[in-house]
Design a protein around this ligand. Structure first.
Ligand code: CA
Length: 512
């Protein structure tokens, strides 16, 4: 990455790869017509912050290159020094899925990173949690109003008696009845709910509140024996106040047990960290995502499981990922997930051009190819050791592709189902997103966002664009912050303010 800079007021741009023929304007507020860079390049017009300037003259149909890869073709001739706007960039066709190189460039295993631990809660099944939360699963949306009333009362009347328990979380959702429960694709929402009720941050204390006549049987959400002891059906209760009393009683028993738990030293290999981006901009791929990628490599070297996701933001860069698969089987599984999603979008008469969002475009991303190339930087440089279908539980260590939509809430929910303890979330435009079940560490791509949202952004990777910090430095900062948050030594801003988005199931099956 070459950085044209001397001080903050000096006009500068970032060129990511030596073969790039466009570069991104770094200066806050953009740069005006006539601005001359130290390399001699002069702007022919105003170019906003985060948007691209042509480093050369383009003929019609000439390849536009960023990250060393083709992000599109010039829709018209573009003069050197001009703003390369979205309308000037034609979208290339996505990589063919049937002849991709698989496991041809498996990265060499990096030396193990030893001496790092976190303080977590050991669960009876051998897993560890980083939080001590009472989770209350639900088998159908019908119960949510009653349950929310009960949870508010539990938090007010019971939780203060149990100082070692962090929170009470109801796993509310819109599934459970009025759905094609036997449709093949219903396995996705069902396994998501099953995995979430057994989440490691719940300490193995399960309880399910159901209605009594729903299609999704509450038993299906509980692993092991003695299922009925952990199920409460509202249709079995004598009116509202008895329902609340019954839920409170069941919760109290479990809170007593959870309150006896203490943190113990756990190896980093017990951790499952999810990676996501939302509200991306043109800096995502040069600051926050590469720094998260560096942290991801450190986690993998320390033995952890790292999940990266968001199919539509990987699809156009999949040719760069399949060579990193540890074997043919993993490579083919990655391709199968891409194919499934291509067909899913086709059924809805949609295509990948529905991504990026208007905000992404305002932030300088011209299309999904450019967004994808920046997005996959989060995956660092480790081999891809496994692939999960949506909502499947992670069973392997290392870097795992967990197939999910790119939607922040749906991706977050599915990563929770895969066992994610905490999420690292990069953002350029800014989003206050948070999850009740797991801390979300927010990493900004730009200094201006950190300044604007100082009490929402946990780590500022914008310093990489201005040359104040390196990718490695911010990567280590994220790595240490992850371990501090996992140990309860530090809180994310989202935890501090109690920002919690709704769970959002991915249900590709019909609603009846
Ligand atoms: Ca996202």
């Amino acid at each position: 990455m070459s950085l044209d800079k001397t001080q903050n007021e000096t006009p500068h741009y970032i060129k990511v790869n030596e073969n790039d023929n466009v570069a991104t304007i770094v200066n806050s507020g953009g740069l005006k017509e006539g601005t001359t860079f130290s390399c001699g390049l002069q702007l022919k017009e105003y170019v906003p912050e985060g948007h691209k300037v042509a480093l050369t003259d383009f003929d019609h149909d000439e390849a536009i290159i960023r990250y060393g890869e083709v992000i599109g073709y010039a829709a018209a001739p573009i003069k050197k020094g001009s703003w390369v706007k979205e309308a000037f960039v034609n979208l290339p066709t996505p990589p063919e899925l049937d002849d991709l190189p698989i496991a041809t460039r498996i990265p060499e295993e990096q030396p193990p990173l030893e001496g790092y631990t976190f303080d977590g809660y050991r669960n009876a099944n051998g897993s560890a949690g980083i939080k001590n939360i009472l989770g209350i699963a639900t088998s159908v949306q019908c119960v949510v109003g009653v349950l929310d009333y009960a949870v508010a009362k539990i938090k007010k009347d019971l939780l203060p008696k149990y100082p070692n328990v962090h929170d009470v979380v109801a796993l509310n959702h819109h599934y459970g009845c009025g759905v094609a429960i036997n449709a093949p694709e219903s396995e996705i929402p069902i396994r998501t709910l099953q995995s979430m009720s057994a989440h490691p941050n719940f300490g193995g204390e399960v309880m399910v509140v159901g209605l009594g006549c729903e299609k999704l049987l509450p038993e299906r959400l509980i692993p092991g024996d003695d299922k009925q002891l952990n199920i409460l059906s509202l249709q079995d209760q004598q009116g509202f106040t008895k329902m609340i009393d019954a839920i409170m009683g069941m919760a109290d028993e479990r809170l007593q047990k959870l309150n006896r738990r203490e943190r113990v030293t756990c190896p980093v290999s017990d951790l499952v960290v999810g990676l996501q981006c939302g509200g991306s901009d043109a800096f995502s791929g040069v600051t926050a995502n590469p720094a998260v990628g560096y942290a991801s490599d450190l986690l993998v070297r320390a033995g952890a499981t790292v999940l990266f996701s968001e199919v539509t933001e990987v699809r156009d860069a999949v040719h760069l990922l399949t060579p990193r698969a540890v074997n043919k089987e993993v490579g083919r599984a990655l391709i199968d997930e891409m194919k499934w999603y291509d067909e899913y979008l086709q059924r809805g008469m949609a295509d990948r051009s529905a991504n990026p969002s208007p905000g992404n475009k305002k932030g300088g991303l011209v299309n999904v190819v450019e967004k994808s190339l920046g997005s996959i930087a989060k995956s660092g440089s480790s081999p891809i050791s496994g692939v999960l279908s949506p909502g499947e539980k992670a069973t392997k260590k290392g870097l795992i592709f967990a197939a999910t939509p790119a939607s922040d809430f749906v991706c977050g929910t599915l990563q929770l189902a895969s066992g994610m303890h905490l999420q690292v979330f990069t953002t350029g435009r800014g989003t206050p997103y948070g999850l009740a079940m797991a801390p979300v560490i927010k990493v900004s791509t730009r200094n201006t966002l950190k300044t604007q949202w100082d009490d929402l952004i946990d780590v500022n990777a914008g310093r990489i664009a201005t040359g104040e910090a390196t990718i490695e430095e911010v990567g280590w900062e994220i790595f240490h912050f992850i371990l501090d948050v996992a140990s309860g030594h530090k809180q994310t801003w989202a935890e501090h303010w109690g920002i919690q988005n709704d769970l959002s199931l991915f249900n590709p099956a019909p609603i009846t």
